[in-house]
Structures are given as C-alpha cells and as structure tokens.
Ligand binder design. Structure first.
Ligand code: ADP
Ligand code: MG
Length: 393
C-alpha cells in the first residue's frame, strides 16, 4: 500500500509521524479519445494503482517535499512558489491553487509514495495533485468537496505546471468509485458514475512519444478548422463533438480535415453506445473499442505499429472482447477488455514476441475500476486539533 510507504518515507525524512495521509488513483480512458478538447464525452476509470502523500507541519518558513521515487528534495515558499520544472511543482502548484479556494497556505512537510508509473500516460501527475489537495483539505478542516478539489488540482497542472490538459484526469482521480467508470461531458464539465464490472488490461508499449507534441497540436488545429467550416452552415454548433455526421459531410473542408472530424463525432457516439452497454450488462462494448482503435489508426492517424500490433493480437485471443490504444496515441499504452484469465494470457504471451520485434520490453497491469481519492489517515486537523482518527485502515 502506498499510504504506508508515504508515512514511512515521511518518518525517515522528517523524524516524526505525518498529520495526515491521503491517496488518489491513476486512470485509464476506456473510450472517448480526442473528444475532450472538442467538447465531447470521455469515459475513464480509476486504477487500483495509487499515489499517496503524507503531510505535516514544517519547522521553518519553507515547505519541504520528498518522494520515494526521486533523490531530489524540494524546498519552496508556501505563499509564492516559483515554477522550478522539478517534480514538486505539482505539489507547490496544488498548494497555491488551494490558497485561492480558501485553504490558507502554510509551510509544510510532504512525502510521496506511488504505484502509478510516471510518464506512462496513466496520469501520475493528476494522482499526485489530487492526493495533495485531499490531504491539505482534510488537514485544514475538510471544507472543500471532491469536485472543487479536482478543479484545484486541474488549475495546478494547467496554470502552475503549464500543461494544457482537460479536466478528465483530475475529475476521475477525485470522483471515481469502485465498480464504476466515470462519464465526463467535457463541454459541461459534468461527471456521471456508470456501473462497470469489467477488468481491464493496460499494456504499455514503452515507445517514446516524440511526435506527440507537434502532431497533437496539428490535430487540434485541424479540429478547429473543421468546426469553423461546420459553423458556416450551422452557427449554433459550438463544439465539434456535438456536430452530427451529416453536418460534417455537408460542410466544405479538406478531406483530411473531414476524416479528423468524422473520428471526433463517431467517437462521441461510441462513448454513448459504450455507456448504454455498461448500464445494461456491466461489460465493456468490445466492438466499440475495436472500432475506436480503427478510427484512431485510419482517420485520426495517431496510432503506431506497436499499438496496432497489440490490438491485432488482442483480436486473435479467445476470451478477449475488445482493445484499443488509450491516451493521445503516438506511443504509450493500449487497453484490452475481457475475462481476467484471457487478459493475463494475452499479456504474458505478448511480452516476448513484442520485445523481439520492437526491441523494447513492454509492461502491463490489470485493474478493475477503483475508488477515487480518499483520506487514509488523519491524526490531527488544524481546526479541531488532535483527532487521532484513522480512516480506511
Ligand atoms: P503522467 O501523468 O502520464 O504520468 P506526466 O508527465 O504528466 O505523466 O507526469 C509525470 C510527472 O509527475 C513526473 O515527471 C514527476 O514530475 C511527477 N510525479 C508523478 N508522480 C510522482 C511521484 N510519485 N513522485 C514524484 N514526482 C511524481
Ligand atoms: Mg500527466
């Protein structure tokens, strides 16, 4: 459990027990790719992999941060931290954003431990921000709800760290519930829990995502062009995701741009189909997942040979019902759905041939839909004094 490791790391670094320990999960997006910045729907779930942060008071005017996974120790001003490009920017930025939500900044000590792999596309950054936000909120009396804390964490990532991401990662890390996926309508920033009984295999191709920044910016640009073309006929359409296939077909645009737009509107429809199937059966709609992958590969053109290789192999594995790339693409992870036995068999049997063909050792994880952020230990809070309470022991 990362909560115990965070407390142990805290004790080793600072010589006493933390006042509070909170944790938040990484996530994977089940379906709804490249729909978020087009105002559409996404369907992530929280992973069983979590990041924990242990927090207590500092003995000087600065905040001090350590992480199990980094030899670098951070020291920063609690009221006016400057961006350092170091890992503790996620912590410092969350403290700063919490300040504007009414949680008074104060010098603290923080220790981090995590099972979420960093930089794999499973949103270790949101897990770190959200766990920090939950810990500090609990410590200062617990006045803010999970949705507000998700927004605080999102502000840390976009405004302080400087990553222009949507709300999905912080929302699911804060609001998820065990046995549920989370449907997020990105235009309304509205989140709805959807029951889900499935286990998911996450396969990390470990391919560098070097093309991602430039190609991603180009796709966003193409989507803006498509939306403007549609709006010339239909001024009321505010988001590309909310346009119909018919509206995309009628508008005058370059054929490449039309392919991007068709991916976005069809992917939005696939999210809706997947939600319907989940509500009826608790299972993931495998055909929608395969169709999503084909569309990302052929129309959005953001797959790679490694991701295609994995999805093809999933399709040939009996008992595996669906697979697709997840995250923005151009490398990173793919997921597969089905019964746990066949999923494990797919992962195990893919390792060697993949490593031989692509000269890279992949990694995999299995996860059911897990709980969002929680306070694991609260020994004292600054409003009520000592509470000696252990939650979720
Ligand atoms: P992802 O969110 O996909 O894992 P990001 O690049 O957005 O990838 O975030 C990864 C960064 O978050 C790391 O480089 C590090 O700065 C920070 N980070 C995440 N988890 C931890 C941790 N447990 N300890 C220290 N830093 C962490
Ligand atoms: Mg991230």
């Amino acid at each position: 459990m990362s909560a115990e490791r965070a407390a142990a790391t805290y004790r080793r670094a600072f010589g006493e027990d933390p006042a509070v320990v909170a944790s938040a999960p990484g996530r994977v997006n089940l379906i709804g790719e490249h729909t978020d910045y087009n105002g559409g729907d996404v369907l992530p779930m929280a992973l069983s992999l979590r990041t924990s942060v242990a927090v207590g008071p500092s003995t000087d005017a600065l905040s001090h941060a350590v992480s199990e996974q980094s030899p670098r120790v951070g020291a920063f001003s609690p009221t006016g931290p400057s961006r350092s490009s170091a890992w503790w920017d996620y912590v410092a930025g969350t403290m700063l954003a919490l300040g504007t939500a009414g949680v008074a900044p104060r010098p603290l000590r923080i220790a981090v431990a995590s099972d979420v792999p960093s930089g794999a596309g499973l949103s270790s950054s949101a897990a770190l921000e959200v766990a920090t936000a939950f810990a500090l909120n609990a410590w200062s009396g617990g006045g803010l709800d999970a949705r507000t804390l998700a927004r605080v964490a999102h502000r840390a990532e976009t405004e302080f760290v400087g990553v222009p991401c949507g709300i999905m990662d912080q929302y699911v890390s804060s609001l998820a519930r065990e046995g549920h996926a989370l449907l997020v309508a990105c235009d309304r920033e509205e989140a709805t829990l959807v029951p889900m009984a499935a286990t998911v295999l996450i396969f990390d191709t470990r391919t560098p995502r070097s093309l991602r920044t430039s190609a991603f910016a180009q796709r966003r640009h193409e989507c803006e062009i498509a939306l403007r073309a549609i709006q010339r006929n239909e001024p009321a359409v505010r988001w590309l995701s909310r346009a119909s296939e018919e509206q995309v077909r009628r508008a005058t645009m370059d054929e490449i741009v039309r392919k991007r737009a068709l991916h976005v509107v069809r992917e939005t429809a696939r999210v809706a189909a997947c939600v319907r199937t989940l509500r009826e059966t608790g299972r993931l709609a495998g055909d929608s997942m395969y169709a999503s992958h084909a569309s990302l590969r052929d129309d959005y053109q953001c797959s790679t040979p490694e991701l295609d290789w994995f999805v093809d192999r999933a399709q040939e594995t009996r008992g595996v019902t669906g697979a697709r790339l997840t995250g923005a693409g151009w490398g990173g992870c793919a997921i597969a759905a089905g019964a746990p036995g066949p999923l494990r068999q797919l992962a195990d049997s893919a390792m060697e041939p993949f490593a031989t063909q692509y000269r890279r050792r992949p990694r995999f994880w299995m996860s059911a839909a897990s709980d969002g952020a929680r306070v694991d230990v609260l020994r004292e809070n600054l409003v009520g004094g000592a509470t000696a309470m252990t939650l979720n022991p």
